[in-house]
Design a protein around this ligand. Structure first.
Ligand code: ZN
Length: 218
């Protein structure tokens, strides 16, 4: 199964990806994971990406595209992948189409998570993270057993500095601006699966699995 998952900040993308990778038995590849892996393995591209990140710069598209190509050629991707956070703009999407051709891979589907803006704001402002192990919580939907304390390691929880209403709205505007052309691009290729992500996690997961299976049996 060769899949991309797309969704605004707070759409539940990361949470879904962790479940879906087991259901579809494919690696979950986020750009963060990809950069870290390349750097750990000491690849030249990895080192270049790290030096840019260290200087506070973005990693340019051509380096990201090359890293994706390297990563997807690895052994654990032979039965597929679930890409998360890539492509993030139209240029990357076009480059990715070429990469797939070169690797002789057919993309099965692009999962697009749709969430109402006020739902996203509600989710993000209620998000808490463990200061020690990084486990995520939501004080409304996934609260810790003891308020302000991580279930897993008993360390204090904190709120990320940019998890506030004002910043969320700016991040959403940037996301919408970059993503709309991507949705149109993949719609034209007949790859988009529109998923309602306003509902509970389990229900949305069911919808995704069903939509992917329908798409692949056609
Ligand atoms: Zn913890």
């Amino acid at each position: 199964m060769h899949l991309i998952i797309m969704g605004a900040p707070g759409s539940g993308k990361g949470t879904y990806a962790k479940v879906l990778k087991d259901i579809f038995a494919v690696p979950h590849i986020s750009t963060g994971e990809m950069f870290r892996k390349a750097i750990k393995e000491g690849s030249e591209l990895g080192k270049l990406a790290q030096s840019l990140i260290d200087k506070g710069n973005f990693v340019p598209d051509d380096i990201t595209n090359k890293l994706v190509k390297q990563r997807l050629a690895e052994e654990d991707c032979k039965n597929g992948f679930l890409l998360d956070g890539y492509p993030r703009n139209l240029d990357q999407a076009k480059a990715f189409t070429e990469i797939l051709k070169e690797l002789n891979i057919e993309l099965d589907a692009v999962i697009n998570l749709n969430v109402d803006e006020d739902e996203i704001v509600k989710r993000i402002v209620n998000r808490r993270l463990c200061s020690n192990c990084g486990q995520g919580y939501n004080i409304l939907t996934i609260p810790p057993k003891v308020e302000g304390i991580c279930d897993l390691c008993n360390s204090p929880l904190y709120t990320r500095a940019d998890d506030n209403e004002e910043t969320v709205k700016t991040r959403l505007a940037v996301y919408n601006d970059q993503t709309k052309p991507l949705v149109e691009y993949y719609e034209a290729l007949n790859k988009i699966l529109q998923i309602n992500s306003n509902q509970e996690i389990d229900l949305a997961i069911n919808d995704i699995v069903k939509a992917v299976e329908d798409k692949c049996s056609r």
